[in-house]
Design a protein around this ligand. Structure first.
Ligand SMILES: *Cc1c(COP(=O)(O)O)cnc(C)c1O
Length: 403
């Protein structure tokens, strides 16, 4: 729907609470949750014209619903994108992208450090349909260049990554993709548009799991892709219409309202995370801290440029000695189990701080050598820092680290 109801040139903060669609004739101030599977037409001819796409109008919520449109428009505004298409989950967004832009015989180059299910989807599922994928270093652009083939159609990256918060050079990867006639898609789940807008750095597609910071309160599963109007309208919407990985209006509404506070939540959670990371650095029980906001992070300077000077809200740290994996695991489990109220869960992006042991949860499907290669040891603990008071977080971590 192309209806405009706002003046041009508003700031992102304003768009975060105002972008959407005009209110209904009832004049609601909070956006309407339109839980309806289909829409009625004034007559049969209008129905025919709307089904044929000759006339604008909502038809069926598998591919068009005003509450979903409002969420799409708001997220597009925050990403600086022409358009957005919402999906039932973050993985559904990646599936939609693959089904839309790839065909049998095509090749994908993807970072080895992306979300585990993304790797499985490319390798196992897309592989079945004749799409080949090569997995390369998150940070070494030369490895990406060397992996390119004449059939490469898509480069896929994520920054920062889970759980080690490695940062890739989005501009360099975009240049590489475009030189090869391919698209660059960036999973912006960890940074969110509050910190990082990949399209402004040359990426063609932004991938989101709305489940994380966009909802921000751990309530719903949701996803989205942001891209040019042409890519969404010509390449992605037809696939969504046929394949049906659509977002429910209820979940769209929850994310829509979450976007209103994304900026202030992210800034507050980043500030907490930086304070936690700096404090962890000083703890004798902690061998290593991974956080892009720290000066010792290998891509600290790049992260600060790409992420509006903020490190994000995910901090990982190692409590193992690095000699015996079993001993390291026991030590990490003991630290986690001493928490009195942090949430032991692999989700992230919540206002509640979550703590997880990546090598036995999110990365449990990898073999030990694969994990070693990825740098995800048995002593590693990931914190997705929430909005609790920083003094309470430090006190809680202090008692968790004290046997
Ligand atoms: C969670 C996550 C996904 C998948 O999103 P779902 O909504 O769980 O399907 C994709 N990428 C990243 C980086 C994630 O953290």
């Amino acid at each position: 729907m192309s209806q405009r109801h706002l003046p041009e040139g508003l700031h992102r903060d304003t768009l975060a609470v105002r972008e959407g669609l005009p209110a209904s004739p009832w004049g609601e101030n909070s956006e309407a949750l339109l839980l309806t599977s289909s829409f009625c037409h004034p007559n049969a001819a209008t129905a025919a014209a709307r089904f044929a796409g000759e006339e604008e109008g909502y038809v069926y919520s598998r591919f068009s619903n005003p509450t979903v449109t409002m969420m799409e428009r708001r997220l597009a505004a925050l990403e600086g994108a022409e358009a957005c298409i919402a999906t039932s989950s973050g993985m559904a967004a990646i599936l939609l992208l693959c089904m839309g832009v790839l065909k049998a015989g095509d090749h994908v180059v993807c970072s080895r450090s992306v979300f585990g299910s993304t790797i499985k989807l490319l390798q196992s599922e897309m592989g079945k349909f004749g799409v080949e994928s090569t997995f390369v270093s998150q940070t070494d652009v030369a490895e990406w260049r060397a992996a390119l083939r004449p059939t490469t159609r898509l480069l896929m990256a994520e920054s920062p990554t889970n759980p080690l918060t490695e940062v890739c050079d989005i501009r360099a990867l975009a240049d590489l993709a475009h030189g090869a006639g391919a698209l660059l898609a960036v999973d912006n789940c960890f940074a969110t548009p509050a910190l990082q807008r990949p399209l402004s750095m040359g990426a063609d597609v932004v991938i989101h799991s709305g489940t994380k910071y966009l909802d921000g309160q751990g309530r719903v599963i949701a996803g989205a892709l942001c891209a040019s109007q042409a890519l969404i309208d010509k390449t992605l919407t037809p696939v969504l219409r046929s394949a049906g990985m659509s977002l429910s209006p209820f979940n769209a509404w929850v994310v829509l309202k979450g976007l209103e506070t994304l900026d202030i939540r992210m800034k507050a959670q980043c500030a907490n995370a930086l304070a936690v990371a700096q404090w962890l650095l000083e703890q004798p029980a902690v061998r290593r801290v991974h956080y892009p906001g720290l000066g010792n992070h290998p891509q600290h300077a790049l992260a600060m440029v790409q992420q509006s000077g903020l490190g994000g809200a995910v901090v990982s740290f190692d409590v193992g000695a690095g000699l015996d994996p079993d001993a390291d695991r026991a030590r990490a489990f003991a630290v986690i189990d001493r928490t009195r109220y942090l949430s032991i869960t692999a989700n992230l992006g919540d206002t509640k701080t979550t703590v997880t042991h990546p090598s036995s949860t999110s990365h449990g499907r990898l073999t030990e050598p694969q994990r070693q290669a990825a740098g995800i040891g048995q002593g590693l603990i990931r914190l997705a820092v929430g909005l609790e008071h920083i003094d309470d977080l430090k006190a809680e971590l202090a008692q968790m680290l004290t046997p």
